[in-house]
Design a protein around this ligand. Structure first.
Ligand SMILES: Nc1ncnc2c1ncn2[C@@H]1O[C@H](COP(=O)(O)OP(=O)(O)OP(=O)(O)O)[C@@H](O)[C@H]1O
Length: 253
């Protein structure tokens, strides 16, 4: 059996009597790229919030790298190796992509030392490698303010990777991007998936088709079904929860 990096058992989150997550079970293999889809309100963001410790489970258990995260706060879970990228880019706009990546590699140092202290050779190599991975070598020394929305998204994914997390959580990375930028982010995530465990939440079905190997569909706080994109888009339960009619269904091919 494959090694599990994340296991979630019987997870329920109750907000004032409303079950945002309802007896949810989920597991992710080490090295897997999983895409999570589901209609609005299905519980996708709450699911990520529980993994990162932002929201506490009402009942149930999250196990990361074989250890329960129960009782741990967000920064402790981040130190265990969980990194999250939010929907909107959070890069420092007055710094260059290179400086943003240097800062992310050096989160234990203070900002002054990280920026003005000489980077070690290993750090410089890491940053150069990351700039290549996110394909921003030619824009490495421009102010991040001048980057397109898609380039900022790629930079922020690079900043997340610079912190060397074991699990990357990526929330709607292509919202508001052009088709070309969307494809670039997809290519980047596929490249990262060769050496990372990744969970991506996404609504854009073209993008999901581009990157997905295995898809989990959430509905009303539980896992409705899991499988390949083909399995999922032909599952009558998925068709039903999205729109009820196959011809209008965003998950239909
Ligand atoms: N702090 C909260 N208090 C009360 N209800 C909440 C809270 N956070 C989320 N909810 C509710 O829980 C349900 C799940 O929300 P969540 O944001 O996880 O869904 P989602 O699948 O991410 O939706 P979307 O695709 O629209 O972002 C929603 O009905 C939401 O209104």
């Amino acid at each position: 059996m494959n090694e599990k990096i994340l296991q979630i058992e019987n997870l329920t989150v109750n907000f004032d009597g409303f079950r945002a997550l309802n007896d949810l079970n989920f597991s992710l293999d080490k090295g897997e790229l999983r895409v999570i889809i589901g209609p609005n309100g299905a519980g996708k963001t709450t699911f990520l919030d529980v993994i990162t410790g932002k929201t506490k489970p009402t009942t149930g258990q999250v196990t990361f790298k074989g250890k329960p995260t129960q009782g741990k706060v967000e920064y402790e879970i981040a130190r265990m190796g969980v990194g999250r990228k939010f929907q909107t880019p959070r890069v420092y706009l007055n710094l260059t992509p290179r400086e943003n990546l240097e800062l992310s590699c050096n989160r234990h140092k203070n900002v002054w030392n990280a920026l003005f202290g000489a980077p070690s050779r290993a750090e410089a190599r890491t940053v150069t490698g990351l700039l290549e991975t996110i394909r921003l070598e030619t824009k490495a020394d421009l102010k991040a303010d001048l980057l397109s929305h898609g380039e900022k998204q790629r930079l922020e994914i690079g900043m997340l990777v610079a912190q060397s997390p074991d699990l990357l959580l990526v929330d709607e990375p292509v919202a508001g991007l052009t088709d070309e930028e969307t494809e670039n982010v997809g290519t980047l995530l596929l490249a990262l998936a060769e050496s990372h465990s990744i969970i991506v939440i996404e609504h854009d079905m073209e993008f999901v088709r581009q990157i997905a190997r295995k898809v989990t569909v959430l509905h009303q706080g539980s896992v409705l079904c899991e499988g390949s994109m083909d399995d999922v888009q032909n599952d009558p339960r998925v068709i039903e929860v999205y729109l009820g009619k196959q011809e209008d269904n965003p998950v239909a091919a």
